[in-house]
Design a protein around this ligand. Structure first.
Ligand code: DON
Length: 592
């Protein structure tokens, strides 16, 4: 144990060794409740000395209820609703609308998302409000005359799927909320109408994406005089305020029909897009059963297809669970097993998953323990396998944001929403004030050709009108052995969402890390293709990288997802929750 070992971790060892002796220390008590099902050989994790984040930093905590998001103003909107007596769903909807105003790089009305929720009375649900391919879409629409993919799935008017966010947020509110539209939308309408003060985070985000924004109509608002607004400037979004007003007054029809829909259809037609008023009028979100799994005695509720997130998270965790011993954290053996599990799960994901309305998928098998056992039989602790040698299960027959909310009654919601890349396709709708998504790029534009995340995907995710493009978003709720909400976690980063969510869960369960460490710890990433194991710079010691290479891994430094998360502290005690945004990005976790 070196001097970098956090005090929390040290105390953690004693709490664990003296199982049953509970102290005032948060998280350890709750963790001990489940310790029986966990491997007993765990060594205490220490972060590499060069790693940016120090272990042991406490996460913000709250007595009753908590919101964690990538945007301080959106988190505050959620807390305002919770304090006013709203439940977690009311607050999640308020956060969603507020993100659309105050976090334009990813918060949106012009995109889509997924929500997983667990109500305190035991009801569980998942809502799929992913975009759909417009009726005018075609499988080869993004292949140029030279036979190569164009950039039209990413930039400009042809890149957008039919947005699902408004229908999704309103469906959540209708079914599980307790407040009315006007109440939960009030903070967002205020932020758009009265304006937000531009801070360094917003200015930087706009500046870094100025080349995209300036090509379309949003330039006048977001790049006044050709420059990003100065820190301290006042940003009023009058068109967006009017759109939000229409939605508050008329519900879904305020967006999918009438003035707003006409404005979207008009701009799409003007710019050569394919999305029509009819596409908007036919959009429907889909309620689904959350995908269920378990990991070492903890329950998992996650997002089923059309997102691959839940299936891939659960398949990976099932493979890891087949090992009864847990190698030292960040050791060559631990990372080798983790990367091997990711690699196997991503081979299946990339090949077999798609929109369930169009693709038959072996989801039960993929998320079953028996399948994990059969995969495990082919894994060697000594050697990595080349992705090209692995067979998928086979079918039978940059921008996003996550937020988590829990209320005083223990209702919990995890939401991930996106317009795909930062500022989506770049197209901004005059009169509606909305950035449009470039989610069409998540389809398999051309089998065998990597998309913007390097994902090489198959026919199961081909473009068909009305179909949802496969996602990696993975809002996930972890339940303790008593079935109570223990952790809510999700993130941004395309396929890196999946690997980040898994590592946060493994860190919290296997390595007993407090929330801030479970999220702040360095991560690896493997998505089968490209066939390379990526690690965060300074996150893995050089000798461990050498040992991984000796096992046959190609390695290189790379990025990871960024998470938001909430976790229960000591069962039955106050404060009840700790919450966190990933230190790799911005945000706020707060509650009351
Ligand atoms: O649905 C997906 O998997 C992607 N469109 C998510 C994009 C994303 O996370 C970008 N953020 N960094």
């Amino acid at each position: 144990m070196n001097s970098k070992t956090s005090i929390l971790h040290v105390i953690g060892v004693f709490a664990f060794l003296l199982a049953g002796v509970t102290g005032a220390l948060v998280c350890l008590h709750a963790q001990a409740q489940n310790a029986g099902r966990r491997p007993s050989n765990v060594e205490i994790a220490t972060f590499p000395s060069a790693w940016t984040y120090r272990p042991g930093t406490p996460a913000p905590s709250a007595q009753n209820a908590m919101v964690a998001s990538n945007c301080a103003l959106a988190t505050k909107a959620g807390v305002e609703i919770l304090r006013a007596g709203g439940n977690a769903v009311d607050a999640a909807v308020a956060v969603g609308f507020a993100l659309a105003v105050a976090y334009p790089e990813a918060g949106n009305l012009g995109g889509g998302g997924y929500a997983v929720l667990r109500m305190a009375d035991g009801r569980e649900a998942a809502l799929d409000y992913r975009e759909t391919a417009p009726a005018g879409a075609a499988p080869k629409m993004y292949i140029g005359r030279d036979g190569k993919p164009t950039d039209q799935s990413l930039v400009g008017h042809r890149a957008s799927g039919v947005p699902g966010s408004v229908a999704g947020l309103l469906a959540l509110l209708d079914k599980y909320g307790s407040m009315n539209r006007a109440q939960v939308m009030a903070p967002a309408i205020r932020l758009a109408r009265d304006g937000v003060t531009v801070d360094a985070i917003l200015r930087t985000s706009i500046a870094e994406n100025a080349d995209l924004i300036k090509r379309f109509a949003g330039a006048a608002l977001f790049l006044p005089g050709g420059q990003p607004p100065a820190v301290g400037a006042h940003l009023v979004q009058a068109d967006l305020a009017a759109t939000l007003g229409q939605i508050a007054a008329h519900g879904s029809d305020g967006f999918y029909r009438g003035e707003v829909a006409d404005a979207i259809a008009r701009e799409m037609q003007r710019g050569g897009g394919i999305l029509t008023a009819r596409d908007l009028a036919s959009y429907q979100p889909v309620w689904r059963d959350p995908l269920k799994g378990s990991y070492r005695g903890y329950g998992l509720l996650s997002m089923p297809p059309s997102s691959s997130g839940g299936v891939t998270v659960i398949e990976t965790l099932n493979i890891l669970e087949t090992y009864k011993d847990v190698p030292a954290w960040n050791s060559a053996l631990g990372l080798h097993r983790l990367a091997s599990a990711f690699q196997r799960a991503f081979v299946d994901r990339n090949t077999s998953l798609g929109d369930p309305a169009f693709t038959k998928m072996p989801i039960q098998r993929m998320t079953g323990k028996a399948y994990a056992q059969s995969l495990r039989a082919s894994l060697s602790d000594a050697r990595a396998a080349a992705t090209s040698t692995l067979k998928a299960i086979g079918s039978e027959g940059t921008q996003t944001t996550n937020y988590c909310v829990v209320d005083r009654n223990g209702n919990a919601v995890g939401v991930t929403t996106t317009i795909n890349s930062l500022y989506g396709s770049g197209v901004w709708i005059p009169g509606a004030g909305v950035f449009m998504n470039n989610q069409m790029d998540d389809f398999t534009v051309q089998p065998g050709t990597p998309n913007q995340f390097g994902l090489v995907q198959g026919e199961a995710n081909g473009i068909v009108p009305g179909k949802r493009m496969l996602s990696a978003m993975a809002p996930t709720i972890v339940l303790d052995s008593a079935g109570k909400v223990w952790m809510i976690v999700g993130g941004r980063g395309g396929p890196r969402i999946i690997t980040a969510v898994v590592q946060a869960i493994v860190n919290a369960i296997d390595y007993r890390m407090p929330l801030a460490d479970a999220v702040g710890a360095p991560r690896i990433h493997d998505q089968a293709l490209p066939d390379v194991l990526e690690y965060e710079k300074d996150g893995v010691p050089a000798d461990v990288i050498r040992a991984l290479e000796a096992k046959g891994w190609k390695t290189r430094p790379g990025g990871t997802g960024s998470l938001t998360a909430i976790k229960r502290t000591i069962a039955g005690s106050k404060p009840a929750w700790e919450g966190l945004f990933d230190p790799r990005k911005h945000g706020l976790a707060a509650g009351y």
